[in-house]
Each structure stands twice: as C-alpha cells, then as structure tokens.
Write a protein that binds this ligand. Structure first.
Ligand code: 13P
Ligand code: SF4
Length: 312
C-alpha cells in the first residue's frame, strides 16, 4: 500500500476509535475494506454481529439492505453506509407494494412468507421470517407445515432450498444479476480446464450451474468447505470479492474465479461502490445514515428476530 493508502487507513482507524464505531464488511467488499474491517462475513454473520455489537456507530460496508437490517436491529444506533447507491438487483426485483398487492390478491392462500434477507425493510415488514443463504434450509424446515409457503425474492435460492428440504414453495421470480451471469457453458469450460479442482457455487446461481457444482453454499460456508477439503485448488462461482477472503484465510491454496461468458470473473457493481475514501468520509460526518419509519422498522424486526432465534 502506498503512503497515501496508509494515511487513509490510519485516519479510518482513528475515526473509528473517536466515534466508538465498528466496521462490518461483507465478503464481496474490495480487499482494502476487508482489511480495515473488524468483522468480514456473510449476511448471517453480519446480522449476528449487528445484533450483538456494543458500539455506538455501525459502519456497514456492504449494500443497502444489509445496513438497513443492522438499523432494524439497532434503532438507537447510528448506522452508516459509505455509498447510499449501493443497492441490490435482487432486492429491487421485489418492491414492497408489489408483494403487498400479491398477498392481497391471494389472501385465500394465507401464505407464510419467507423472505431472503436480500430485500427491503418494507418487504421484511410483510414477512413471517427472514433467511440468509447460510440458514435457508434450516429456516424452511422450521416453517409451519400447515401453511402455504411463499419464498421471496430469489427464485434460484428458493429452488435450491426446495430441492434440499422437499418442501414445496411458491417462488417470487427475482434473481441476482451477478449470479445469473454464470452459465452452464462458462462453468463447463472452467471445469474442463481444471478437472481436479472442486467447483463451489453460491445458491443464487441458476439450476444449470448448481448442477455442475461439487458444493453449493453461502459465502461463509465456502471458507469452511475449502479449509476442510483436501484439494489444493478450487473454482469459486460467486462475486469476485470472495476470492480475497479465501486467499487471505488460506494462502497455501489456489482459488480460481468462476468465469461468465463475457468475463474471467464477476463483480457486483453495487458492492464495489464502497471505497476507503467514502468510508473515511462517512465516519467523519456520520452520514449517509440509514433512517426508517418506526412502524416499518418495528414490524420488520419481528421476522429477523425469528430468524436469529431459529439460527441459534
Ligand atoms: P451471503 O449471505 O452468502 O454472503 O450472500 C449475500 C449476497 O448478496 C450474495 O449475492
Ligand atoms: Fe445483490 Fe447480487 Fe450484488 Fe449480492 S451480488 S448484493 S444479490 S446484486
């Protein structure tokens, strides 16, 4: 890191101390942010950290729905997101008013709504329980057996969970724009190039891609799978930031990015909006901060607490 970079990191660490802040970063953040964070993890790990922190300020280096989840759990704390435009295509694919209308139009089904955490506070407030990719199978197995299940917003994760649990669910037709870029052809090509490297894919990938994988799991479980597996190399089919986390944890192993048809690896443009400069500015000004109407926040907290109870 150059002299300017070192100054920036020092500034961030000093601001963090002065404001009694904790820096939480998702596995898809750029290397520099992962290295300055107090905790780096998947959506489940980050939610648990957010629920347990005693810091006054949570600097959330991830995307909007993640920072929003931290605010829902911590209404009295200041939660900052370095770039408010760090959104999520999956969350956008299920607007709260569309879900509300769907539930009204299908009131006869009396749906039990399971929402993947990649959704807005408004969608969480319409849901019965939240899940992440790390606990989705457990959550669906716990859902009441006498209710029709509606899973929102990711049809690919939902399809995978149905395969794992055998529970029929109706699926909202949303998708992550990054994970659907991996194709059967692009993964077949990399498998042929590295035939001895297990392929590890995120459940947001399409069925065709998941069928080619040796393991399908959340970003955090990718760490334990690769650590416990005897292979010295792996093909990682998810967003590119994950490679940094894996290489940092297991420098002795080789991690090959899963390619798309167009690129050698896949970047989430939303995750990549956060930078060290924006993190420094956000800590300095304590903005942009996440704010929510109390009615929405309080209702959205219930299904998140249910998830945390069932994940314990
Ligand atoms: P994880 O919870 O597995 O980290 O996934 C979050 C995400 O946004 C995947 O695209
Ligand atoms: Fe959303 Fe996909 Fe980016 Fe994850 S990788 S934050 S699901 S757009």
């Amino acid at each position: 890191m150059n002299a300017l970079g070192v100054d920036l990191v020092e500034e961030i660490l000093a601001l963090k101390k002065a404001k009694n802040a904790v820096i939480l970063a998702h596995n898809y953040q750029v290397k520099e942010i992962q290295e300055v964070a107090d905790f780096v993890g998947d959506s489940l790990g980050l939610s648990i950290q957010a629920a347990e922190t005693s810091a006054d300020v949570i600097a959330f280096c991830g995307v909007h729905f993640m920072a929003e989840t931290a605010k829902i759990l911590n209404p009295a704390k200041t939660v900052i997101l370095p770039d408010l435009d760090a959104g999520c295509s999956l969350s956008d694919s299920c607007p709260a008013d569309a879900l509300e209308n769907y539930l009204k139009d299908h009131a006869d089904k009396n749906y039990y709504v399971i929402a993947y955490i990649n959704c807005s506070a408004g969608v969480k407030a319409l849901s019965d329980v939240i899940c992440t990719s790390g606990n989705a199978v457990k959550i669906v197995n716990n859902a009441p057996s006498n209710r029709n299940l509606l899973f929102v917003p990711d049809q690919n994760l939902g399809q995978w969970v149905m395969e794992q649990t055998g529970r029929p669910m109706e699926l909202w037709k949303g998708a992550c724009y990054v994970h659907v870029e991996f194709t059967r052809q692009s993964i077949q090509r990399i498998r042929a190039e590295y035939p001895d490297s297990p392929v590890v894919a995120h459940p947001e990938c399409t069925t065709a891609v998941r069928m080619l994988a040796d393991e399908v799991c959340s970003t955090e479980k990718m760490i334990s799978f690769c650590r416990n597996h005897p292979s010295p190399s792996f093909v990682i089919v998810t967003e590119s930031g994950m490679l940094h986390r894996l290489r940092r944890e297991m420098p002795e192993k080789t991690f090959i990015p899963g390619p798309t048809d167009a690129c050698a690896c896949a970047d989430c443009r939303f995750m990549k909006r956060n930078t060290l400069e924006k993190l420094r500015d956000a800590l300095f000004t304590l903005s942009p901060a996440i704010e929510l109407p109390e009615k929405v926040r309080a209702r959205a907290e219930l299904p998140i607490r249910q998830m945390l109870d069932w994940s314990a």
